[in-house]
Design a protein around this ligand. Structure first.
Ligand code: UD1
Length: 420
């Protein structure tokens, strides 16, 4: 176990490079199950969730080769145990992404029940409903979900609610299912488009990704050579907020502004000066008197739920009062209690938080409860008076590559220490 110790009060300045996106890497690793030959993947971030997904594929029989260049080669042509074990699924729900590819390629899959998690019940009923419509026979017991299909059929399916991994699972299964599948009310997140682009580069025929209706003309064979993973828009947004909160000036490189439009627009509303270039976004808050701004989370292109906690930290020290409404997950406010320990004035009513800005936060001992909640605590600690100790930081290592190194390079004072 490790913890972070952060001395607050430093203005952050400089350039930071955005890493590859966890949420783009995970489905693409799962999609390699569909391929016949070896593929090389570049720009995968060094994150716990990525290693868990690689371990999952390896445990099923995929061959994984770490290249000196930092890229990874995966060959999943000989999977002999199409099973996602409990030990892996419990640490990472995105393990369910192997379900569609396994079923389409090997005709069966056994997946440990994902259960609820810290941010809500998070069912996978849409994934299962879609696969069942495609012809899968699905059984389950307390521990596992068992899926079998001699042959999958194309479908016309409407998602009852927008689901990112649901869209990805069905899109992957349909890519290797002869005939035309139509998916409606799909997630439009850039990571979904990235997966479609990846699959198309491997010979799939997918159109409409990034829009509500995706059409997939299935094929029998998929193969690709090399793919570079898209940059992480949530990581980029988190560093831009770090600039805002510390009255600093940070340029985030390797990020396409279009993927974080709503984030830089909201930051502009707070008074931060934003400069956009083709592949970078710069936030200058050196002369800004931060103004609070209201947020309501929505599927893309709306405000991402994965940035809600970080904006709450920002609003906690901004002038005025604001509301943050969470509409994607039912229980994503666990950071509130920790931010209050640091002096934030936040009240909660159902899925709405009301925040009254305070002039200062104060360092405290706080606990990370999930990935994005822990990012909000790091941000709060950067401006907290004195020292903040953040426990249970394994959550942050699931989604932020080298976070303390990157922030320290920008002027922060963060150390990681073992908990004895
Ligand atoms: C993905 C992201 C996660 C992000 C979330 C919302 C990955 C690996 N994770 O998670 O970081 O916070 O999108 O942008 O990409 N739902 C159902 N039934 C289903 C599926 C979803 O009721 O079968 C509900 C969920 O409980 C939630 C909503 O739909 O309320 C959206 O969830 P979904 O988009 O599926 O989230 P994930 O794909 O799990």
């Amino acid at each position: 176990m490790e913890r972070l110790i952060i001395k607050g009060g430093n203005q952050l300045h400089g350039d930071v490079n955005c890493s590859g996106a966890k949420n783009a890497g995970l489905p693409i690793i799962a999609a390699t199950i569909l391929l016949e030959k070896t593929i090389e993947i570049e720009n995968l971030p060094h994150l716990k969730d990525i290693s868990t997904m690689l371990e999952l594929l390896n445990s099923m029989g995929s061959e994984i080769n770490f290249l000196e260049s930092g890229s990874i080669e995966i060959n999943s042509s000989n999977i002999n145990l199409p099973e996602a074990r409990y030990e892996l699924v419990k640490t990472m729900r995105a393990s369910v992404l192997v379900m569609g590819p396994l079923l389409a390629k090997y005709g069966k899959a056994k997946i440990s029940q994902p259960g609820g998690c810290n941010i809500g019940t998070r069912p996978i009923d849409f994934h299962l409903k879609g696969l069942e419509m495609m012809g899968a026979k699905i059984d389950s017991d307390k521990k596992f979900i068992y899926l079998k299909a001699q042959k999958l059929n194309p479908i016309d399916f409407i998602f009852p609610k927008v689901s990112v991994t649901g869209t990805e699972n069905l899109m992957m299964a349909a890519s290797l299912t002869r005939g035309k599948t139509v998916l409606r009310n799909c997630a439009k997140e850039p990571e979904v488009t990235e997966l479609a682009n990846f699959l198309n580069s491997c010979g799939a025929n997918i159109s409409g990704a990034g829009e509500s209706i995706i059409e997939i003309e299935g094929t029998d064979l998929l193969n690709g050579k090399k793919w570079k993973i898209l940059s992480d828009r949530i990581e980029a947004g988190t560093y831009l907020i770090a600039a805002a909160m510390t009255n600093g000036h940070i340029k985030v490189n390797n990020i396409s502004p279009s993927t974080i439009k709503i984030i830089h627009q909201k930051l502009s509303d707070t008074g931060v000066k934003i400069k956009l270039e083709k592949n970078s976004v710069e936030a200058d808050a050196t002369t800004t008197n931060l103004q609070a701004t209201d947020i309501c989370t929505k599927p893309f292109p709306g405000f991402p739920t994965d940035m809600q906690a970080q904006f709450m930290a920002l609003n906690s020290i901004s002038n005025g009062s604001s509301t943050i409404e969470e509409t994607v997950f039912e229980n994503r406010f666990q950071h509130v209690i920790e931010l209050r320990k640091m002096g934030a004035n936040i009240s909660l009513e159902k899925n709405k938080a009301k925040i009254i800005g305070v002039p200062n936060l104060v360092g405290s001992v706080v606990k990370a409860s999930d990935l994005r909640a822990s990012a909000s605590l790091v941000l709060a600690a950067l401006v907290g008076k004195n020292r903040t100790q953040i426990d249970d930081i394994f959550h942050i290592d699931r989604g932020y590559e080298c976070i303390e190194e990157k922030l320290n390079k920008l002027g922060a004072e963060i150390i990681r220490e073992p908990v004895i």
